[in-house]
Design a protein around this ligand. Sequence first.
Ligand code: UDP
Length: 432
Amino acid sequence: MTSQTEVLSQVQRQTPVQPPPKPPAAHLDEYSKVLGEAEIAELRALASRLRGRSVHMVNSTLVGGGVAEILNRMVPLMQELDLSVRWDAITGGEDFFAITKAFHNALHGESYRLPDESFKTFLDYNLQNQQKLSFDADFEMIHDPQPAALIEARRANKGFWIWRCHIDLSRPNLKVWNFLEPYVNRYGGAIFSSPAFSRQLGIPQYLFYPSIDPLSEKNRELPPDFIAQTLERFQIDSRRPLITQISRFDRLKDPVGVVRAFNIVKRYIDCQLVLAGGGATDDPEGEAVLAEVKEAAGKDSDIHILDLPPWSALEINALQQASSVIVQKSLSEGFGLTVTEGLWKRKPVVASAVGGIPSQVIHKHTGMLAHSIEGTAYQIRFLLANPAIAQRLGENAHEHVREHFLITSDIRRHLTLFLHFLRSSSGNGNGS
Ligand code: UDP
């Protein structure tokens, strides 16, 4: 074993490479150039009927994970449309986030092993946040299960309360779901990311796809120099194919399964793997999963495990753009924005057929679906061996994202829903 192998086999905790000049966050007009003027004119027309209305977004983390990713761009763009938008992340101790992570896993179908007092602890933290935050907006948008019990703060005839659920509820652990359901049923409506996730609820349900911002640091085109410099910095060989999975180190993202699939591919094709992730403040399991992945990777210097800080959007973008194939081998998934990001970058994507992924990856049209480690390996090999097919999938994928999964569509759905609520307020007992 050489000393270089030793270095490469370690998890790389990297500081970001020297970034290209950072343009200010994009304004609405700039989206016209990418998406056409009609799209933005429509947003302005809808928003003109909501001018001055207030929106309060609440979730459980400002950094890390898909919800923070969406809100980071949606909030300023809605503000530019003259809505008054605030965003709060609820706070809690480690005990709270251990419970909400167990809820998350249980709602994705795993068993729930925490004692019954955990439900009381969950409610205590929700109550603390209820007392700390103010809920006086016209539209209170509460994201995911962690803050779901904040509905207790709703006063009669004040504001519209909407629960947006980003996770797969198609086969939830019933102990956790039966606990949450009465809270969810008190909202004025619930939003899901896929028709398969909806539940039998007594409130209206809506389908909103999650979205990415084509002009954000994560998704805009990058100078080739910066991409090359990023690869060099991470000691990745730009001449050999690169397979990449970007994800929090979370067992449901199955990074160990990705290593196993890569080991199969490598028997046939000389290639490299990047597993890049970082923590989210509401995810306490990252360290343990990282250790598991590191062990699975062993001493293979072609496996690059990158533990990136939260401000690494440009590096993630560069890694995605440099990839030959992007993988998302989740065992369970809400929607999988990393898939959307790969599709938008015209990359061939191999992803598990779970959660919202099949809405994005239409098998053999916008990417390849897989159902196992062997299946994932087979599809990666197929794409590496057939670059023309890979390129065609990438083109289809880009158009599919443009049509359905961009932030402008997500904002349009919000504005339409807000107008719908205002119009029908007299009938549903929710809101003023
Ligand atoms: N992400 C990131 N840094 C990381 C890991 C993920 O910025 O180290 C981003 C990723 O690019 C995507 C989001 O976090 O935009 C993850 O969203 P997704 O829906 O794929 O998964 P979630 O983490 O919400 O389960």
